[in-house]
Design a protein. Sequence first.
Length: 201
Amino acid sequence: MKQKNSSLFSYDNTQELPICGIDEAGRGPIAGSLVYAAVILNKEIKELDDSKRLTAKKREILYQKIIENSNYFIYEADATKIDTFGLSYCIKEALNAITEHFGKNVTYIFDGNSSFGVKNIQTLIKADQKIKEVSAASIIAKVYRDRQMIEYAKKYPQYGFENHKGYGTKAHLEAIAKYGQCDIHRKSFKINLPSNKISLF
């Protein structure tokens, strides 16, 4: 049979194992790391939701509550690793690292539609809006990565990382056109720069 949670979503958990929610931040940006988070909650936390539907202030508050009331794991692949091995490799490595960390006696639920060939992972589109453990993972990944990009902004102030977090916004592309790419840019990602572009390297 299937176990139901408060979101009225049914998932396979016949042995009533702890649920480990998995989500990521940073798959689409052209700079910065890919971050995966996995969370098993030890205590109910109210107001959890998809990190994208929360304000930055609310995410910070919930982040601290999650850290204090869960077992969590964070995986990070920097731009160099992404350029060297590709996103799919890094995603699969992240999922394998998570399952190795928490072991077999866990029900893994991953936000998305592919487990990238990693066994024992159930997938669900928009799981970060339906499963509280996945919501928690989305918050951990988002806050962790955002904080990192804000720190990078201090080292590379010309790019405005504190604003766009490495995504390919107009302002970010214009900065690349003017200054070229820095160490945290993903050189393997194709980008369309303004016509006044300069060398990327």
